[in-house]
Ligand binder design. Structure first.
Ligand code: 13P
Length: 249
């Protein structure tokens, strides 16, 4: 049985005070839009900047939903060391963090992340009991050159070396659909996610779609049989919009 995981990725948005404001409003929106029963069987998650992790862990109990977690957006492979600007898995674990995004296309594009470093980060996360959300996806140029499948298969082959597929979430995020308002057609996202699944040894891995997910396209996206959840950027910054996405049914 595949678990539904609805996740927000705040990227580099929200100061502590802005994050507190979001969480002062989000529980009421969640209650107004989503019944306890409707969201009982799904994981809800928001991956926030490091500076917000500790303060938001403290407000999570007030949300009153045992399926809600705060997550991180990256993690280093070493336990500690001279790695200026990085954060280790034990640092996240100490805060009670359980989920971490790894290999987001923005890390790969702007910060030199490679399949090798993604693989090391995945291993470190799992070693410390964190559940990684591995992001894969093609650029517009790769799609236009009909390289979508071969590119994603090469990412999976390299990223998943010696990775435990029993503690893994994958997000298919076509780069051309991120932050553009151009959503990948839901049937095409469903097709690619089915292909990703065909490359896995564990058929029960949750595979999300990400890229311009909004409250007005979530129902259509989640109606697709291969799509087990979403990774939401911009639309996760608004408490009422994200609550609606969580309650996609
Ligand atoms: P948007 O939802 O803003 O397109 O971002 C998607 C994303 O990159 C989530 O990780």
């Amino acid at each position: 049985m595949r678990k539904v995981v609805i996740a927000g990725n705040w990227k580099m948005y929200k100061t502590q005070s802005e994050a507190k404001t979001f969480f002062s409003e989000f529980p009421a929106h969640l209650k107004a839009t989503a019944s306890e029963a409707a969201i009982a069987d799904q994981q809800i998650l928001i991956c926030v900047p490091y500076t917000n992790l500790a303060i938001l862990q403290a407000v999570v109990p007030a949300i009153g939903n045992a399926n809600f977690s705060i997550g991180a957006q990256n993690v280093h492979w070493a336990e500690n060391g001279a790695f200026t600007g990085e954060i280790s898995a034990p640092m996240l674990v100490e805060l009670g963090i359980k989920y971490v995004i790894i290999g987001h296309s923005e890390r790969r594009q702007f910060f030199g992340e490679t399949d090798d470093t993604v693989n090391k980060r995945l291993k470190a996360a799992q070693t410390h009991g964190l559940t990684p959300i591995l992001c894969v996806g093609e650029s517009k140029q790769q799609r236009d050159r009909n390289e979508t499948e071969s590119w994603i298969f090469s990412q999976l082959a390299a990223d998943l070396i010696s990775i435990d597929q029993n503690n893994l979430i994958i997000a298919y995020e076509p780069i051309w659909a991120i932050g553009t308002g151009v959503t990948c057609d839901s049937t095409e996202a469903n097709r690619v996610i089915g292909l990703i699944r065909s490359k896995l040894t564990n058929p029960n891995v949750t595979i999300q779609y990400g890229g311009s997910v909004k409250s007005d396209n979530i129902d259509e996206i989640m109606s697709q049989p291969e799509i087990d959840g979403v990774l939401v950027g911009g639309a996760s910054l608004d408490p009422s919009g994200f609550a609606r996405i969580v309650n996609y049914r």
